[in-house]
Design a protein around this ligand. Sequence first.
Ligand code: AMP
Length: 115
Amino acid sequence: MSTIFSKIIRGEAPADIVYQDDRVTCFRDINPAAPVHILIVPNKEIATANDLDDEDESLAGYLLLTARRLAREAGIDESGYRLIINCNRDGGQVVDHLHLHLIGGRPMGPMVVRV
Ligand code: AMP
C-alpha cells in the first residue's frame, strides 16, 4: 500500500520535514490549510485508522504526544490548534497512509461543515 508518504519517510521524495525519528516522520503539508499545517505520520505503513492493531497502542499515543510537542515548538499551544485524522471516503482521506494533521495559527472555525 505504499504511498507518497512512504517515499518521504524513506527520503526518496522531497518534503519539508520538521521532525523524524524511528517511529514518526513529520512534515509540512504541501497544501496548507493554515499558517501551521504539519502532518504527523507513523513510519509504519498503516493505511487508515481502521487498520490500527492493538499492538499499535503505544505508536498511536506517540502520534498524539508528538503533535503536542510540535504545537509547542510552533508556538501555537496556547492559542490553540486542531488535530484531525481523516478516515476513508466520508472522512475525506486522500492519502492511504495514516496521518494526523496538526493545524493552527489562526482560528479554525466550525469543527465540520454542516450540510
Ligand atoms: P488526507 O485528506 O487526510 O488524506 O490528507 C492528505 C494531505 O496530504 C493533504 O492535506 C495534502 O495536501 C497532503 N499531501 C499530499 N501529498 C503531499 C506531499 N507530497 N507533501 C506534503 N503533503 C502532502
